[in-house]
Design a protein around this ligand. Structure first.
Ligand code: F6R
Length: 262
């Protein structure tokens, strides 16, 4: 794992967008794993800007989102399909047929989950997976006690997740109680991972995720097992990290980060 501390949420998002852009330039057929949520909005703003101003090309790229609510139609303003269209897909040159989210309206949810895993496999696996973290340490919607080898499945959301995410619904009562999510095992199969964490409200959980013991109580701790996981945080989220000096030293001195230092 490598951890990079950026001055604020804007710089952190810009760095993540630059890492994605670099991966896309190196491999135009990139299979990109995407996340939704407030943290990602800044990243998608930067990707849209890079597409408009620098011609960043998504035409050959495929995307797989981590999760989708069960029981919301794709055009529902609270659905993750709607979020992705609004924040990214409608503003870049991606072929919408190459953008995949789990089918939360499927009559047979188990079959839909199996199909999602098969499609990821068919396209050679996810090259780069983007992640945020929930205040309970979830990645995707892998709430506490999700098996560290779990695959895509339907999952009950934690009351804390429902409380936080329902504020994004015009009528909070419309917030679904269940979602389809890639499993922790599915996420760990990605060739590379970027976890973005910003804001003081995430300071405790990111410290547990990165420096704490691996436990299914905090799904994000499983990322410690991944050989190519980069964690990008802002100063506000970094305050409790024990090895801050080391992380800053690596970012300032290692050649791989030279092009990203400003
Ligand atoms: C979203 C997802 C979640 C979010 C997490 C953080 O697709 O999988 O794990 O990344 O809940 O959400 P925000 O950024 O809204 O705090």
């Amino acid at each position: 794992m490598e951890l990079v501390i950026q001055p604020d949420a804007e710089h952190a998002a810009r760095l993540v967008a630059s890492l994605i852009a670099k991966a896309l330039l190196e491999k135009p057929h990139l299979v990109l794993g995407l996340a939704t949520g407030r943290t990602m909005e800044r990243v998608y703003n930067h990707l849209v800007r890079m597409h408009r101003e620098e011609g960043l090309d998504f035409s050959l790229c495929r995307t797989f989102n981590l999760d989708e609510y069960i029981g919301l139609r794709p055009d529902h303003p609270g659905s993750y399909r709607h979020y992705m269209d609004q924040h990214l897909f409608n503003h870049i040159n991606i072929d919408h047929r190459n953008t995949y989210l789990p089918d939360g309206m499927a009559a047979d949810l188990k079959a839909a989950c199996r199909h999602y895993e098969e499609m990821i496999h068919e396209f050679g696996g996810i090259d780069l997976q983007l992640l945020g973290i929930g205040s309970d340490g979830h990645i995707g919607f892998n709430e506490s006690l999700s098996a560290l080898r779990s695959r895509t499945r339907d999952k009950a959301l934690a009351p804390s997740t429902i409380a936080v995410n329902s504020t994004l619904f015009a009528d909070p009562a419309e917030m679904p109680r269940r979602a389809i999510t890639m499993g922790v095992g599915t996420i760990l199969d990605a060739h590379a991972i970027i976890l973005l964490v910003t804001g003081s409200s995430k300071a405790d959980i990111v410290t547990k995720a990165v420096e704490g013991p691996i436990t299914s109580m905090v799904s994000a701790t499983a990322l410690q097992l991944h050989p190519q996981c980069r964690v990008v945080v802002d100063e506000a989220a970094a305050v409790n990290l024990q090895a801050q000096d080391y992380y800053r030293w690596v970012f300032e001195t290692e050649p791989e980060w030279a092009e990203f230092r400003r």
